[in-house]
Design a protein. Sequence first.
Length: 295
Amino acid sequence: MRDVFGYSGGRYGMHSPTRSGLNIRVIFAIGLILFALIRFGSATSVNPITGKADRVGLSVEQEVALGLQSAPSMIQQFGGLARSERDQYLVDQVGRELLNALERKLKRNGVGENPYQFEFHLLSDESTINAFALPGGQIFITQGLYKHLRTPGQVAGVLGHEMGHVIERHGAQRMAKDNFFRDLIGAFTVASGSVSHAQVAQMVGNLIQMKYGRDDELESDRWGVDLCILAGYDPQNMIAVMDVLEQQAGGGKSPEILSTHPNPGNRREKIMLLIRQQFPDGIPRLKDPYRGLPK
């Protein structure tokens, strides 16, 4: 029975040790959340190409250094570089055309020089259908994807899309978001004292970040269309790439590239819309879209 002095069969007016420990954890967790919000909010940098304010935790110079440092391990992970010098030469040639187109665009717009160190790598892995970019300009395409492409224009569509990731600093933005969610998950773990709850928070964080990743893919498609056009390639080659991805997805195991990219059908519609916006009166004669790749 509780008396007027707050006695309830235990200590007078005292909280239980468990309740006190919980309050300390909650206060500490709130501090961690505030720190995460401040750090994420202050990680803002003006994109040197687009002029937009990006939430990134790295400078352009750090992005370039990170990409160069990480490239060898990426190459090793996919079985090394492709042995075919002819195929690598064509990838380099198309990449240079896209890079020259980008630099002409920047000069025309008065933006200045391209700050990224673009390099294009053909990986020997024939079983993985994928293409990706590291921060700073390291671009990769697997032999597994390359062997399904039929024209240099289709190669241009893939490489131009990956260049878009670099230009928009998607990798650096993802790193900043990963750090933010990791801080939040740490705070949640401290507050709850439960690893299982933290795992649930991790899954929620992954779902949120997947949404951002898919938005990034569509934004990079815009750059792919733009760079293809500026380099003289028919942008409809990007639609042909979507056909390739859809065909491979229908053949059993989905290509690795589809684990992070939106459905090819959805992307195809948006790419067609981008092309119509660029050429409302029809596409002019560009490089021969049917000139095949050497096989």
